[in-house]
Write a protein that binds this ligand. Structure first.
Ligand code: LMR
Length: 406
């Protein structure tokens, strides 16, 4: 065999991941003013990663627990954890839980929950050839559903002129989609726009989806982080359950517990055949990851099942969501003081980790090259990358590119 013989000669180079590549570029940048508003990860006002105080307490409890070991978890995860996760999203008094219509499976964070749900649907759902994601959406939705074998279509979501939800166009696509289509919906704090339907609009969406027999696949990565209120952020999912939908919810504890690297997630299934679905997902999970990782889920399990720690977690959530709200106010205020052309109310109207600024790719490029500010090309910024110390610099940079780059 000669050295140039390879089975992989025709493998094309894949582009780097848009979000994580920004972090790498930011880290390599030596400029003192650099700002990372790329990845959606919470930072304190000192721009440091935040280990939630309640997580530190749960950690200490784990450390002292001599009965813990490193054995395998059950294939679909620890029941006290998965059940607590299902109660968190559906509500402890959910009729679906009382009536035994819920299954919950521990996953590799929200990505794993999306993936596991998508692979199951690709095998067992009646319309398994296509699904709909929002335009724009979290970049990984397309990857996940494409790799699970779906032809991924888009429903309009963002109206650039209105700097808000394109409600009518979204409903129209739902009306025109074949009956029984899968729609991936963001439960709260839509990524990347930070724009959520109002409760009235959710009712309208549910009405069309029910009439058309569409299947809602909720992605819920920000419960409690969006508004600071766990119940409010779960409203849409609970409303759909109340109306009698069968649905999936992908849950992540990366943001609301700050457990980014621990990959604690959950797939909550509401179905008349929850046990059959669970059994098939167990089989699938065995082939893919065998057993879920223990550490992050143990922390979440302790906190969700202890009333005192649960209360403390809510306080930690309030701190995070309030810091983000403060940064929204600060940024809007600065841009309005600078009289930056355009309107900036959307910065404070939007909720959750992200703001969809309306900046275009050319402006984003100049922000990176001239100001060392890192954000995705679609103009999404992670509000947690701003701080009391850098918001002036950021606003002035935005002012410059809005005026001078078109
Ligand atoms: C983001 O959208 O920045 C985060 O959810 C990180 C990720 O996995 O993409």
């Amino acid at each position: 065999m000669t050295n140039d013989v390879s089975s992989f000669n025709s493998v094309p180079q894949a582009p780097p991941d848009v979000i994580f590549n920004l972090t790498a570029q930011y880290k390599a940048d030596t400029d003192a003013n650099k700002i990372n508003v790329g990845v959606g990860a919470f930072r304190t006002d000192e721009l440091k990663p935040y280990v939630l105080p309640v997580v530190k307490k749960a950690d200490a409890i784990l450390f002292k627990n001599d009965s813990l070991d490193h054995e395998y978890l059950p294939i679909t995860g620890t029941p006290s954890y998965t059940q607590a996760a299902a109660r968190l999203i559906l509500g402890a008094d959910s009729p679906a839980i009382k009536e035994g219509r819920v299954a919950a499976i521990q996953t590799i964070s929200g990505t794993g929950a999306n993936h596991t749900g998508a692979v199951f649907l690709s095998q067992f759902y009646k319309n398994s050839n296509e699904c709909y994601i929002s335009k724009p959406t979290w970049a990984n939705h397309r990857n996940i559903f494409t790799m699970a074998g779906f032809q991924v279509k888009e429903y309009p979501y963002w109206n650039a002129e209105r700097r808000g939800l394109d409600y009518e166009a979204m409903l129209q696509t739902m009306e025109e989609a074949p009956n029984g289509s899968i729609f991936v919906l963001h439960a709260c704090a839509h990524n990347p726009t930070g724009v959520d339907p109002t409760q009235e609009q959710w009712k309208g969406i549910a009405e069309v989806m029910e009439r058309k027999g569409h299947f809602p696949f909720f992605d819920c990565a920000y419960q409690g982080f969006a508004s600071g209120d766990l119940d409010r952020d779960a409203w849409a999912v609970r409303y759909f359950v109340e109306r009698g939908f069968e649905l999936f919810v992908a849950q992540s504890f990366a943001k609301n517990f700050g457990l980014y690297g621990e990959r604690a997630g959950n797939l909550t299934v509401v179905s008349k055949h929850a046990e059959q679905v669970r059994s098939q997902i167990e089989k699938l999970q065995r082939a893919e990851i065998s057993n879920p990782p223990a550490y992050g889920s143990r922390i979440v399990d302790i906190v969700l099942n202890d009333p005192v720690l649960y209360g403390e977690w809510k306080e930690n959530l309030s701190y995070m969501s309030n810091r983000i709200i403060d940064m929204r106010k600060a940024l809007r205020e600065r841009l309005e003081q600078l009289q930056t052309p355009g309107t900036w109310h959307h910065i404070t109207d939007q909720i959750g980790m992200f703001s969809f600024t309306g900046l275009n790719a050319a402006q984003v490029k100049v922000l990176k090259e001239k100001y060392h500010i890192y954000m995705t090309d679609n103009g999404r910024i992670s509000m947690a990358g701003l701080s009391t110390a850098n918001v002036d610099y950021f606003a002035k940079a935005v002012d410059d590119v809005v005026r001078n780059v078109h």
